[in-house]
Design a protein around this ligand. Structure first.
Ligand code: CA
Length: 227
């Protein structure tokens, strides 16, 4: 999942970025409101962490402009201001949640998982596809109760595929949500990762979860017992 962190204080931005990267997210940072709007409008982020006090355009202005432009990405406001009025302003402008500063990283991570769940049809912290289970808190995967070891990138790829199960996902969509940079369209890096993931998650069962859609991309398919 790809997250935009909007925070002008570099120390705070780095603290959040490193923590989220350890939690398997792809993270980009915008240091002011104008850059944040430009990045949010031109990329597909899964969530935005938005500080209120920013140079140029403040967080409320950024939030309003994004919502007015139809950007529906879940937004968590980070605010040093503890007044009820500010919290209400943010929520009424279309923020999904707020977190007053100073905060612990654990709470930030839990609130982020919470706003990601709200925008997903899957409300549990565990994503399921047949007998495959992915725990988004512990970052562990299980099939038939057997733990599957995944690398950081394999986890990110599987989480994105499972959050969007039964949907056909193009290679470029997968790239935008799981990798930081867009690859050369000729690159086969996604196919390489999909192959490795298949070897791990489909090892004990003949029924494939991951369908290749020729010329387009992939689909994580819930196996139908009648198939
Ligand atoms: Ca700030």
């Amino acid at each position: 999942m790809r997250i935009l962190v909007v925070e002008d204080e570099r120390k705070v931005a780095n603290f959040i970025k490193h923590g989220l990267e350890e939690d398997r997210y792809v993270v980009e940072v915008a240091g002011d409101g104008v850059a944040a709007i430009e990045m949010a409008m031109n990329n597909h982020f899964d969530a935005i962490l938005l500080d209120v006090m920013l140079p140029g355009k403040d967080g409320f202005t950024v939030l309003k402009e994004l919502r007015d432009s139809g950007v529906s990405t879940p937004i968590l406001m980070l605010t040093a201001r503890g007044t009820t009025e500010d919290r209400v302003t943010g929520l009424d402008l279309g923020a999904d949640d707020y977190l007053p500063k100073p905060f612990s990283f654990e709470e930030l991570a839990a609130r982020l998982r919470s706003i990601l769940r709200r925008s997903s049809p899957e409300k549990s912290t565990k994503l399921r596809c047949g007998d495959l289970v992915l725990d988004t808190v512990s970052h562990l995967a299980y099939r038939n109760g057997r733990e599957i070891e995944l690398t950081t990138k394999e986890y990110s790829l599987l989480e994105y595929l499972m959050r969007n199960k039964n949907r056909i996902l193009s290679r470029s969509t997968i790239t935008q949500h799981v990798w930081k940079h867009n690859f050369d369209p000729e690159s086969n890096i996604i196919d390489v990762y999909i192959k490795r993931l298949r070897q791990k998650i489909e090892k004990d069962d003949g029924k494939p979860f991951l369908q290749s859609i020729r010329g387009v991309g992939y689909r994580m398919r819930e196996t139908n017992p009648d198939d």
